[in-house]
Design a protein around this ligand. Structure first.
Ligand SMILES: [Fe+2]
Length: 206
């Protein structure tokens, strides 16, 4: 799945029954789809090797932000905490714009957050807000409410920003990356770890 034009997205071609992205060079549908709005393309990054933020990713970011806000509300958190959770969702994938590999983006997003407050980097590094962004989709030793809420929201909003069940989200990741991919196995582990699934859907014993 190396095509930077479709990273994180399903193939939109109706004829592509397995729904997997072929990648730009091999995609038989690429040329015709290039003529449409390019909704799923990462724009303005064609001059770099970075993945960039596609329109679908923008919708995902907004969806996760709103979902994180609502999860925090349902947990009985105060309004300021809920709005911070909205910001968690808003920032968590921003690092795609400057990442060359998908695995880099949590670190890049977290580092970009530090750029907003360069005089207090040392204290920001300890904040749950920073850690939740850096650790999303990973296994931190400490699971804070911020980490749980962000990952729950991320696993209940699909790659195009639509609310889905956790099963649908995991199936989508499995379709796009493969049953044995790091992305799918990690997503299964995280969902189990934060209590979204009762069992580890990948069958992994953690
Ligand atoms: Fe992410």
């Amino acid at each position: 799945m190396g095509c930077k034009y479709r990273v994180m997205d399903r193939c939109k071609a109706e004829e592509n029954k397995d729904s997997l992205c072929f990648g730009k060079d091999d995609c038989p549908y690429y040329e015709s789809e290039d003529l449409n709005t390019g909704r799923d393309k990462a724009v303005n990054r064609s001059d770099t090797d970075c993945i960039g933020i596609s329109e679908d990713k923008l919708h995902h970011i907004l969806g996760v932000a709103r979902k994180a806000y609502r999860i925090a509300k349902d947990m009985g958190k105060d309004e300021n905490f809920c709005r911070r959770c909205f910001m968690l969702g808003w920032i968590h994938d921003i690092g795609y714009e400057f990442s060359k590999e998908q695995s880099e983006h949590p670190d890049t997003s977290a580092m970009m957050l530090l750029l907003m407050n360069e005089d207090n980097v040392a204290s920001d590094l300890k904040r749950p807000f920073y850690k939740a962004i850096r650790d999303h989709g990973r296994y931190p030793s400490e699971m804070t409410d911020e980490y749980r809420i962000l990952n729950m929201a991320d696993m209940l909003v699909d790659s195009r920003g639509r609310e889905v069940t956790v099963s649908q989200r995991l199936d989508d990741i499995k379709d796009r990356y493969g049953e044995h991919s790091d992305q799918y196995l990690t997503a299964c582990d995280v969902c189990y770890r934060i209590g979204l699934t009762a069992v580890n859907m990948s069958g992994n014993i953690m």
